[in-house]
Ligand binder design. Structure first.
Ligand SMILES: [Cu+2]
Length: 255
């Protein structure tokens, strides 16, 4: 029920999420206010200026310059306000943590799962890069320490994917040959479902991952577990991007 108060959004789990949450709420409230006002005007004129009897035609207004200027300017004003708050939210959500983020996770999107490289060479708990990768049958797990800034570097091994954790109110495209990055500070422990938000092929719908926001101790324990399993070193996408094979030009396709 309290989801109504968020206009359908899940409970936020990151420091950056309120920027998007407030934009989302504000846009809905503005739309509802404008909607109610416009519906009110429509119904008011429909009833107030109805034809009263069959002989008399209501006065017909063809041109009203002030009114026309008004309804040209007001939409620009509405767009301007939405634009301002959109840019403001975007700038804050994409802002990089000063200096150096505490943790870095290099993410690879591949058909149809994810690989996570925890760049923890400086972390005394493991002193190395550890990784985990998923398959269509086994969802990968992404562990994140609560209240610590994490930088995500996103690369793709093949086609365009999109890294999306709904509870962070954020997603970013994972584009082959075009690294993207963003910083996020998870601030609520729990297990969330991450998804690929870009239709990327046959098993796009299976491209899910579990996000565990845990205490720093649990985070370090998980890194050690990965190291103990021998999952050390960084997984990298291929240097050149695999593309869909193109049929030879001289081959004829007849039907
Ligand atoms: Cu995908």
């Amino acid at each position: 029920m309290d989801q109504w108060g968020r206009w359908g959004m899940p409970v936020a789990a990151s420091e950056q999420a309120p920027w998007i949450g407030n934009l989302w709420n504000g846009a809905w409230i503005a739309s509802m206010v404008i909607g109610v006002f416009v519906w009110g005007l429509m119904f008011w004129v429909m009833f107030r200026y109805r034809r009263k009897n069959n002989s008399e035609v209501p006065r017909q207004t063809r041109y009203n310059l002030p009114l026309e200027i008004l309804y040209t300017l007001v939409p620009f004003l509405i767009i301007g306000v939405l634009f301002f708050f959109t840019v403001q939210s975007q700038d804050n959500v994409l802002a990089k943590v000063n200096d150096r983020p505490v943790h870095t996770v290099n993410v690879i999107g591949q058909k149809w799962s994810w690989s996570f490289n925890y760049m923890e060479e400086q972390n005394p708990a493991v002193n190395s890069v550890v990784h985990d990768t998923g398959t269509v049958e086994r969802l990968p797990d992404l562990y994140l320490p609560v209240n610590e800034p994490v930088r995500f570097n996103l690369t793709s091994a093949d086609v365009i994917h999109s890294f999306w954790v709904p509870e962070f109110y954020f997603k970013l495209d994972v584009i082959p040959g075009h690294p993207n990055s963003f910083d996020v500070t998870p601030n609520r422990t729990g297990t969330f479902l991450g998804k690929c938000a870009e239709l990327c092929g046959t098993y796009h719908s299976a491209m899910l991952f579990n996000v565990h926001v845990v205490s720093v101790d649990e985070y370090n324990a998980h890194l050690k577990e990965l190291a103990a399993k021998g999952q050390t070193g960084e997984l990298k996408p291929p240097a050149w991007v695999n593309t869909v094979p193109v049929a030879p030009a001289n081959e004829e396709h007849e039907r």
